[in-house]
Structures are given as structure tokens and as C-alpha cells.
Design a protein around this ligand. Structure first.
Ligand SMILES: Nc1ncnc2c1ncn2[C@@H]1O[C@H](COP(=O)(O)OP(=O)(O)OP(=O)(O)O)[C@@H](O)[C@H]1O
Ligand SMILES: [Mg+2]
Length: 229
């Protein structure tokens, strides 16, 4: 029997926003995750850790509807995630890739995308503000994507995810490779979205400081098992 994970000790008070029930996933014949149970309350901040290859990104991709569970059910806001039209679901549950793909030629192209999928005109002021929130110069809007550093790409990807506030933010090692000061600013920013706006955050990390500071911690152990501290 697999242990159940309860991400929110305040579940009685905070309505559950995400429920993962007996979820398993295999690539080809290889079992990556099995018997994953997870209950996340609205506004929770869940940190996810585990060795490389233990299935952390896979779990986030399942929750983001980029992969489909082999078995089990994922519920968002009390409904099977499969019952939502996919674009609607992805507007509410936003996944930031471990190795982000930035669309288009320039940063402007990339940040236009969230507006385009909502049939909205590009708001340049908002895009500039989102860059400065990430400690990036506003002038970077016209930089070419190929000329960005890894850390800059990562932060532009987070800015893109936060142009429109999601209900759930799935962060896949977004502070990896950043210097301490920038990391700090990103932590504060994410914490603000979490505490002030009630955005539920699931954040994968290998960073010891982030793991120690975790409000709720999910550990994947690489055997398809998971435990919670
Ligand atoms: N597209 C794929 N096809 C086949 N196997 C895959 C695919 N993507 C991932 N895997 C395998 O699934 C396992 C889990 O991968 P995943 O990316 O979820 O790990 P992770 O915990 O995020 O690791 P890391 O800390 O290195 O990012 C690994 O063994 C990986 O090789
Ligand atoms: Mg990963």
C-alpha cells in the first residue's frame, strides 16, 4: 500500500483545489510513478524534491495536462481535470518548464503569446512590468531570444506564466542556476503571489534552503514511492 500525502494541514478550513488519486504513469513499459495520492488546499505552497529521474517533472506535467496518467484521477476544483476544455484548464493551471521553450524571435514575441491565446491585445506596459518584477531590464523586451542567458530565459518563462495570474502555478526548478540575490527576489515574488493573491504553488527544487524552508514537502524517492515531511 502506498502512503497518502496530505499537503494541507488546514484542509478542513481551506477548500481543496487539487486532488491526485492513485495516479500512476509509465513511459513505454517503464514505471515512473505509481500510487501517488496528493491533496492540496487553495493557497498552499507545496515543495517537491527527490533525486534526478524520480518523476518530479513528470508529476507536474501530469497536473498540467501535458501528460495523461496511465491510471488514476486528477481533480481540479472538485472536478476531473479531463472535464475541462484544455485551453481553459491551462489558463488556470500554469506550468513553467524546467527547460523553457521560448516562442518567437524576440522576448516581445514570447510575451505576446499569453495575450494572443486570450484574444487580447498585447499590453506593452504590463509586459515591461513583468520583466522588471523578474529583475530584468525593461529594454530586454526587444532582445533576441537566442542572445539570452539560461537564467534570463528561465525568468522570462516565469514572467510569461505570471502575466495573467493562474489559480495553480507549477514551477519546475525555476531558480536553478540563478545567483543568490536574484533567487531571493524570485522567492519574494512567488511568495507574494502565494500569500497575497492566494495562488496555489507546487515548486520542484533541489535547493537545500528551499527544501528546509518548505511549508509542505513532498519527496519522491525514485521507486515510484513518495513521502511527506
Ligand atoms: N519523454 C520521455 N520518454 C521516456 N522516458 C522519459 C521521458 N521523459 C522522462 N522520462 C524518464 O522518466 C523518469 C522521470 O523523469 P522526470 O523528468 O520526471 O525526472 P525528474 O525527477 O524531474 O528529474 P530531474 O531532477 O533530473 O529534473 C526518468 O527516468 C526519465 O528518463
Ligand atoms: Mg525535472
Amino acid at each position: 500500500m502506498q502512503p497518502s500525502v496530505r499537503a494541507s494541514e488546514q484542509r478542513e478550513r481551506m477548500p481543496e483545489i487539487l486532488s491526485v488519486r492513485d495516479v500512476g504513469f509509465s513511459y513505454g513499459g517503464k514505471r515512473i510513478l505509481h500510487g501517488v495520492n496528493l491533496s492540496v488546499g487553495t493557497g498552499d505552497f507545496l515543495t517537491i524534491e527527490g533525486p534526478s529521474g524520480s518523476g518530479k517533472s513528470t508529476l507536474l506535467k501530469l497536473i498540467a495536462s501535458l501528460l495523461t496518467p496511465t491510471v488514476g484521477i486528477i481533480e481540479f476544483d472538485g472536478r476531473d481535470m479531463r472535464s475541462y476544455p484544455r485551453p481553459e484548464y491551462r489558463r488556470q493551471v500554469s506550468y513553467c518548464f524546467q527547460q523553457p521553450t521560448l516562442f518567437g524571435t524576440s522576448v516581445r514575441d514570447c510575451l505576446t503569446f499569453p495575450f494572443a491565446i486570450r484574444n487580447q491585445r498585447f499590453d506593452e506596459d504590463r509586459a515591461r512590468r513583468s520583466l522588471s518584477m523578474m529583475c530584468l531590464p525593461e529594454a530586454m523586451l526587444d532582445s533576441r531570444i537566442t542572445q539570452l542567458s539560461g537564467g534570463e530565459r528561465q525568468r522570462i518563462a516565469v514572467a510569461r506564466n505570471l502575466l495573467f495570474t493562474p489559480r495553480i502555478l507549477l514551477l519546475d526548478e525555476v531558480t536553478t542556476g540563478l545567483d543568490a540575490t536574484t533567487k531571493h527576489v524570485i522567492h519574494d515574488l512567488i511568495a507574494r503571489y502565494n500569500k497575497r493573491d492566494g495562488v496555489t504553488v507546487l515548486a520542484v527544487t533541489h535547493d537545500e534552503t528551499e527544501i528546509e524552508a518548505a511549508e509542505h514537502l513532498l519527496t519522491l524517492d525514485g521507486e515510484g514511492m513518495h513521502t511527506q515531511r
